[in-house]
Design a protein around this ligand. Sequence first.
Ligand SMILES: NC(=O)c1ccc[n+]([C@@H]2O[C@H](COP(=O)([O-])OP(=O)(O)OC[C@H]3O[C@@H](n4cnc5c(N)ncnc54)[C@H](O)[C@@H]3O)[C@@H](O)[C@H]2O)c1
Length: 419
Amino acid sequence: MESTVKTVAVIGCGARGCGTYARIMKGSFSDRFRVVALCDVKPELLERYGEIHEVPEADRFTDETVFFEKKRADLLLVCTQDADHTRMIIKGLSLGYDILAEKPLTSSRKDCRALLAAQKKYGGKVLVCHVLRYAPAFRKVAELLDAGEIGKLAAIEATEQVWYPHQAHSFVRGNWRNSKETSPMIIAKCCHDLDLLQYYAGSRCRSISSVGDLSWFKPENAPAGAADRCTECPHIDTCPYSAKRIYIDRWKNYPDSWFSYIIAFERPLTEEALEKAIQDGPYGRCVYHCDNDVVDHQMTTMTFENGVKATLTMTAFTANGGRIMSFYGSLGEIVLNEDENTVKLMKFGEEPQVWKISELVTSGSGHGGGDYGLVAELADMVDGKAPARTSLAASIESHLMAICAEESRLAGGKLKKVH
Ligand SMILES: NC(=O)c1ccc[n+]([C@@H]2O[C@H](COP(=O)([O-])OP(=O)(O)OC[C@H]3O[C@@H](n4cnc5c(N)ncnc54)[C@H](O)[C@@H]3O)[C@@H](O)[C@H]2O)c1
């Protein structure tokens, strides 16, 4: 009988590739997946994850050219940085892999066309990690909308609360700070939101207008006497963006604080390792003196082909993280509020119904259970036994929305057609 265990090759063994998906596969779905090959430019990651997954040294690669010499597994996980995804997905498809690809796929319309063409030519499946579609709270909303609980949907209002330390970590000091190296913010951070909006609207997006700027994280806003590095700065204990406060003080109060695990490699994590990381590394830079250019707030307005309207506000400047989405229908309203841990259905003239998000999530924690939910369905989606919720075609749609929003922003908010 054919084995149901899918062999898996991972390229990009960082926080997402091995820290999330391969970890969930081994921890909860070892009867469905087995990691057999790893590729990362960092040998220390190959050693760590090679041992965990018992991948022989001959199947650990630091050079993508050698890794891509042949097909090494049933499924390829593409979890490198944003600018690598299109190239690696197309290469993987040409070798005959089915692929789980991290978002964003690309920042260009040309790549969107190339990805669809490659899939048509080579025929493999591509699933994109728009993990929120697999998160129970976001699924609950889809069920309520599909069941007609609020009648005809007219509009959606969404707020993406990036959260001030998350902005500082990822979008000022970190990997997604500079759009020339990675992706614009609307693609890097908001592609989940745009994916959800087109999914909930149930229609392609027709037109978009977007405005936004980098308003705060630049030299003229530095407090008087600020140094280039936090460890040398007189504001180290008072600035809310201080690396010491984000990576050391916060970690002491909340040992699970994920920011700290990204900046230092040592496990178990130590205060000494964190001190060294902020002393010497990129995450110890003053937020007002980095090489960042991505926006810290952006507002986007959308009209879908079926007439549904949506707005999305992305802002760094929130005291807490999490998404808030309000759905306005002819017979009622739904509000999903991650900050308040609730999904609330308010049918007009009836008592509200409230679900606690933490009670809807029965397994896994990352992205509200979405990371776990994606892996749980992955094997069946690849085998065609479950609908491919985040197929390449569906995901390209929200990428086109994001690309269009950025084009509009750069044109001062001009209304742009998506297709
Ligand atoms: N789905 C989500 O919600 C979600 C959340 C966070 C990040 N992401 C995306 O996931 C991707 C990975 O993010 P991450 O946080 O894991 O980053 P990461 O930096 O932790 O991991 C990326 C890894 O790729 C490796 N790498 C770089 N170039 C390589 C090459 N040529 N060959 C092999 N390995 C190479 C790096 O050494 C690194 O270990 C990014 O594109 C990011 O935007 C998605």
